[in-house]
Design a protein around this ligand. Structure first.
Ligand code: S3P
Length: 171
């Protein structure tokens, strides 16, 4: 069974994916990490040295490759993955479950404020500008995330509760 997690930056895709994979005894793949290993460079360096368009092309190729090569896994994607190059269609056609980890703008602002450094798209945005940036960005991206087969409201839910909610969807 292939399960794909989608959602905005800092929505918990990696932590949820890891714990879910552990509890279901499935293989876990983090797409960003996979790209970093394949490219032998951090996402931050790929963005700064080769630019976002190059990253999006690699991301598209790697998404198809991991979905092709694995019959069973939990895959956590990058925040932009579903929004480019027809990737949401690729996800829908090649997975049994796609899950949008949904959070409100204020909750995302809080989380991203704390961990901006490693994220090239928000790294240079001043804290006071984050609400407007994230609000607009999520408005554009939501149409892609919302195509996921399931939507989980993650606001005020600890990690374990999100994982339990996903497991309930799967039975
Ligand atoms: C991105 C999100 C990042 C990473 C890259 C671009 C985005 O992943 O793929 O920096 O476009 O939202 P996370 O969602 O894991 O931060």
């Amino acid at each position: 069974m292939k399960i794909v997690l989608v959602g905005y930056m800092a929505s918990g895709k990696t932590s949820v994916g890891k714990l879910l994979a552990k509890e279901l005894e499935h293989k876990f793949i983090d797409l960003d990490e996979y790209i970093e290993v394949q490219q032998e460079q951090s996402i931050k360096t790929i963005f700064s040295e080769k630019g976002e368009i190059y990253f999006r092309k690699v991301e598209h190729k790697m998404l198809k490759k991991v979905l092709d090569e694995n019959d069973s896994m939990i895959l956590s994607t990058g925040g932009g993955t579903p929004c480019y190059a027809g990737n949401m269609d690729v996800i829908l056609k090649n997975s049994e479950h796609s899950i949008y980890l949904q959070l409100t703008v204020p909750e995302l602002v809080e989380r991203i404020r704390r961990e901006k450094e490693q994220r090239p798209l928000v790294q240079k945005i001043a804290d006071e500008e984050l609400p407007e940036f994230i609000g607009k960005h999520l408005f554009e991206r939501r149409q892609f995330y919302s195509q996921a087969m399931h939507i989980i409201d993650c606001n005020d839910k600890p990690l374990e509760a999100v994982v339990s909610a996903i497991k309930e969807l799967l039975v």
